[in-house]
Design a protein around this ligand. Structure first.
Ligand SMILES: C[S@@+](CC[C@H](N)C(=O)[O-])C[C@H]1O[C@@H](n2cnc3c(N)ncnc32)[C@H](O)[C@@H]1O
Length: 356
């Protein structure tokens, strides 16, 4: 059936949603401004470039253990400059709930995981077992519950979800997909899975297939799972091109309950396969649709560092997912600065289909 003749079942929610991460014991956005941000990662704090923080910092001084000094060329580059305290070059352990992972100053200016994805990990838990994804904070089109903040938005800020869900089984019935049965498992696919924190969160609910082109990232993801003590959970660790692997799964007639994909603007598969977001995303999403059915729970897509609106993502998603039950939403991911009057720092755009 051609996309234009597919009849609409999914509700299309057009007002954008803001999914906000609020920080936790091992991570926080302490301050931001003048094109930079100041974050804590466990016992260490760092300054990194942040062009979207155009406002004025709230603090006078940022006593950091390290700063990423960008290169002069527009394509990135740069180096870490460290303060007087020794920062372990091979990383240090952090956790969020039962997820554990190694933080490390990487040459790519980040710390080896993406803390702004935290509300997504919670949201995914909520789709498998409504009532468990309590760390999610949302405002806008998709807001459902919570108390109004001073700005009048509806927000929910709660602690991270536990990795084991059995106690919460069948407490809340989903609207569209059938309610979970005791002991029911949900299978997930994590494309562009990097160092695997999302995979850890998903593995609490059933088997996960983790795909990334980088052998090193997959090795780190496995090491992180070992660190978390969940190395024996059923995770398939795949080093492959995400688009090629997904097309192969379609040919094998595989089915998943949930899919998350966090593609870069440009990337390469292990055999040099080229990934260009604007060119290859439509086909990849269409293949992902083939791996989901009316009983599946979600697909979550994030896009960052691209000049694009989330309206573009939801326009594409609507074309491909409109014949499924549930709803289609889009918006921004943001991290809230800690302390009173914390501002929202946008980090990525997203589109999502949910059926719970
Ligand atoms: C931003 S990271 C994803 C972050 C991850 N979702 C998380 O929350 O930790 C992008 C990843 O895409 C991978 N990648 C780039 N091109 C790829 C391709 N063609 N196929 C599979 N993975 C690819 C990179 O190795 C990198 O790990």
């Amino acid at each position: 059936m051609s996309p234009s003749t597919r009849c609409r079942v999914a509700e299309l929610v057009l007002p954008p949603v803001v999914m906000t991460g609020a920080g936790w014991a091992d991570y926080g956005l302490v301050d931001s401004g003048h094109g930079r941000k100041y974050e804590r990662y466990g016992p260490y704090s760092f300054i990194r470039p942040e062009p979207q923080a155009m406002w004025t910092p709230r603090m006078e001084r940022w006593p950091a253990d390290g700063e990423f000094v960008p290169g002069s060329d527009e394509d990135g580059g740069g180096r870490w400059a460290y303060g007087s305290r020794e920062v372990p070059r091979d990383g240090w352990p952090l956790s969020r709930g039962e997820c554990k992972f190694t933080a490390q100053c990487t040459p790519f200016r980040h710390l080896g995981f993406f803390p702004d994805m935290a509300p997504v990990w919670d949201w995914m838990a909520e789709q498998f077992l409504p009532g468990t994804g309590r760390g999610t904070s949302e405002a806008g089109g998709g807001a459902q519950a919570g108390s109004p903040n001073p700005a009048g938005q509806h927000l929910q800020e709660n602690p991270p979800v536990p990795l084991h869900h059995s106690a919460a089984l069948a407490r809340h019935a989903p609207r569209s997909a059938p309610p979970p049965r005791a002991g029911e498992e949900f299978s997930s696919l994590n494309l562009f899975g990097y160092t695997g924190v999302g995979t850890q969160a998903l593995s609490a609910f059933g088997p996960v297939t983790h795909v990334d082109a980088s052998k090193k990232s997959v090795a780190q993801a496995r090491a992180n799972a070992e660190l978390a003590g969940i190395g024996t959970r059923p995770v398939r660790w795949i080093v492959d091109d995400a688009a090629k692997f997904t097309a192969r799964e379609v040919r094998r007639e595989r089915r998943y309950d949930g899919i998350i994909l966090d593609p870069p603007k440009f990337g390469r598969g292990p055999e040099g396969e080229v990934w260009r977001l604007e060119e290859h995303l439509p086909r990849l999403l269409a293949d992902c649709r083939q791996l989901l059915d009316a009983d599946s729970r979600f697909l979550f897509l994030t896009v960052y560092a691209v000049r694009m609106s989330s309206l573009a993502l939801i326009g594409l998603m609507d074309e491909i997912f409109r014949d499924l039950p549930g709803k289609l939403e889009h918006g921004d991911l943001a991290v809230r600065e800690e302390g009173p009057d914390g501002r929202l720092l946008p980090t990525a755009i997203f589109a999502r289909w949910s059926n719970a």
